[in-house]
Design a protein around this ligand. Structure first.
Ligand code: ADP
Ligand code: GLC
Length: 629
């Protein structure tokens, strides 16, 4: 079965990638293919020091989480199989172990490929006077930008593993950067939950052993590689850390996991002899990378790289008590101060440390970059962020037009583009109503909600106004998983408004696409939203967003103006259920009383540029700015 038909959350699929995967496989077949070496490290043998175990216990966040984590008690890693690497940074394997592919890759990354700017400069047309300036193409347009190599390091990436927008960004941005003359490698954990079809495409690139923190042990680090569309994906393999079904389990497990991952990612770059100009890390899971870079790895080859840390969601920071983070990270005492990792009296905050050590900080919209410097949105890091505001900037996310295209989308019932969207969206609506057991009526106003069901997403507001929204002419379709209370409430509404309310409590990528194509409007009333991608997907599919004016929602959705007819969607400002209801009612009024004007907005939204084009250039320029050598 094509995974696109499958509701299995782990069945990720690709549209445009399908053909390319085959190509990639052909390419990699020429490389020496070893069986994926998932080395089972021997059974647990060494225990963490007693005080660290006590610290882990003391800081256990919630009983349920701890219970789940207990069997995988992190202080009991496997005994090393190979002699322990004495150096902190990974030792390279003996030269004989190098595969030919590895040598080629090392050559490819040589900085000699950069186009010397001075050499090209004389060819640029001279700008004689100011009136000519506008007609003359800019130097940037004429002179090819120098090539830069970038290692993306993060915890998820579509189509391998995705729980939210981070996975989309880790997929889309490297591909656009590759087209902008960047040499991009994406480093990810090789989770056991990555679908087999991708596991099968990975090629063994090598392995080494690495010490970790104060565990006194040496850990296996395997590197499995997959190349696609000019982007190299390197998966860090270690069964002990990455064998759970979901990337995120509980902090007790995740702290050691991402200490290991961050260190192993840098060690792998040294091992591969691929030294990037920029290391671009994402969220708290990779936030120790800039700290490692300036401490344990400073005097290793990768130490020359500059670092960028992107905040996708400030709510998650990786906080635990200092002894535990010291134990797993092995970072020197000097980083556990108030200017870097330390928070409060006894905790360490991995994201805070990364923000202190990164050469640049970005977040995923301009408004969120401002908001996080305030106490309302700063998640207790507002002072730290204000202190580092000189190196902070907001670059809004885009969406991948290959993955999100109603004209070619393999998941939707009926394809369409701007030329036939109005009629074809109605057909998609009927198909979705059929699929979900809703009353089949193209005249109903269908509101979609596709979201992680968490406190961030404004679901309290939605729940408060469902009865008022259900006026007999409105249908609501919810797709999401998350907190039990929200799941249960939506299930309740499905029962209460049978045939008019559908609660799909699941993660289903294909169904998400069908909802974007079929719905008239999409709700995104978030409490906070660093960027938000669902409103971008929706607009691109001609579905009008109803959003709260916060973060990236504010930056990407211009409110509809009844007087001028301008705008892309319906917005409200304060976090207030009444204001959300008002925005929904404004949308309904336009839909039911002035359909032609509604349809104009549909077409305008489909034409709106929500691609990565412009934002990827901003990242590329940031990399260039950081590497002016
Ligand atoms: P966040 O990263 O905070 O979850 P975003 O709006 O940035 O929010 O990204 C969410 C991404 O996850 C979008 O691509 C959206 O379509 C997808 N998504 C969210 N929930 C589901 C779900 N239940 N099934 C399928 N896709 C989902
Ligand atoms: C986060 C944010 C979301 C953003 C996504 C990708 O999960 O919650 O707003 O779009 O990351 O950057």
């Amino acid at each position: 079965m094509d995974p696109i038909d499958s509701p299995d959350p782990q069945s990720f699929y690709q549209y445009s990638l399908k053909g390319r995967l085959v190509m990639a496989r052909k390419k990699t077949e020429t490389q020496s293919k070893k069986e994926p070496a998932v080395k089972k490290t021997a059974a647990a043998a060494e225990e963490a020091p007693a005080e660290v175990k006590a610290a882990v216990k003391a800081a256990e966040p919630a009983e349920a989480a701890v219970e789940a984590a207990e069997p995988a008690e992190p202080a009991a890693p496997a005994k090393k199989k190979a002699p322990a690497a004495k150096k902190t940074a990974a030792k390279k394997a003996p030269a004989a172990k190098k595969t030919p592919a590895k040598k080629a890759a090392a050559k490819k990354s040589a900085p000699a490929e950069e186009a010397p700017a001075e050499a090209a400069a004389p060819e640029a047309p001279a700008v004689e006077n100011s009136s000519a300036v506008e007609e003359v193409p800019t130097m940037q347009a004429i002179v090819p930008q120098p090539r830069r190599s970038v290692a993306f390091i993060g915890s998820e990436c579509h189509p391998f593993v995705k729980t939210g927008g981070l996975g989309d960004v880790m997929y889309a941005l490297p591909r656009v950067l590759a087209s902008l003359n960047c040499d991009v490698r994406v480093i990810l954990p090789r989770y056991a939950c990555i679908p087999k079809k991708y596991q099968d495409l990975m090629v063994y690139r090598g392995e080494f052993y690495m010490d970790l923190g104060r565990t006194g042990r040496s850990y296996y680090v395997g590197i499995m590689e997959y190349v696609c569309d000019g982007v190299v994906y390197d998966f860090i393999d270690n069964e002990e850390f990455f064998s759970s079904g979901n990337p995120y389990v509980s902090l007790v497990d995740d702290i050691p996991k991402y200490c290991f991952f961050s260190k192993a990612a840098l060690a792998a770059l040294n091992y591969l002899d691929w030294i990037p100009d920029i290391v671009h890390c994402h969220d708290w899971q990779a936030a120790l990378v800039p700290v490692y870079l300036r401490t344990l790895f400073q005097d290793t080859p990768v130490g020359r790289a500059r670092s960028v840390l992107t905040i996708h969601n400030l709510r998650f920071q990786g906080i635990y008590n200092i002894p535990t983070i010291k134990y797993w990270s092995g970072l020197p005492d000097s980083v556990f101060n108030m200017g870097a990792l330390k928070v409060g009296h006894e905790d360490a905050n991995m994201l805070k440390g990364g923000l202190a050590y990164a050469d640049r900080i970005t977040t995923v919209s301009g408004t969120y970059a401002q908001e996080i410097q305030t106490s309302e949105y700063g998640e207790t890091l507002e002072n730290h962020l204000r202190y580092h505001s000189g190196k902070l900037r907001g670059i809004v996310n885009g969406i991948d037009y290959g993955m999100w295209n109603p004209k070619t989308d393999a998941a939707v019932a009926v394809h369409y583009d701007a030329s036939d969207a109005i009629g074809k969206k109605r057909e998609n609506k009927l198909a979705l109503q059929e699929e979900l057991g809703l009353v089949k009526d193209e005249g109903k106003f269908v509101i979609g909600l596709i979201s992680r069901l968490t406190n961030q997403k404004g679901l309290d507001l939605v729940n408060a106004i469902v009865p008022q929204m259900m006026d007999g002419n409105t249908q609501i379709v919810v797709l999401g998983t998350g907190d039990r209370q929200y799941e249960d409430t939506f299930r309740y509404y499905e029962g209460a408004y049978s045939g008019m309310f559908s609660a799909c409590i699941q993660y289903d990528e294909a169904r998400a696409h069908r909802i974007y194509a079929a719905a008239d409007a999409l709700l995104v009333p978030s409490r906070f939203e660093p960027c938000g991608l669902t409103q971008l997907n929706a607009m691109h599919y001609g579905t009008l967003p109803i959003v709260r004016e916060t973060g990236g929602l504010k930056d990407t959705v211009q409110p509809y103006n009844v007087f001028t007819g301008e705008g892309n969607g319906f917005t409200f400002d304060r976090y207030d259920a009444g204001l959300l209801l008002d925005a929904v009612n404004r949308a309904k009024t336009l839909y039911f009383t002035e359909r032609e004007r509604w349809d104009e907005v549909v077409l305008r939204d489909m034409a709106k540029d929500v691609s990565w084009e412009n934002s990827a250039k901003q990242y590329r320029d940031l990399y260039l700015e950081l590497t002016q050598w």
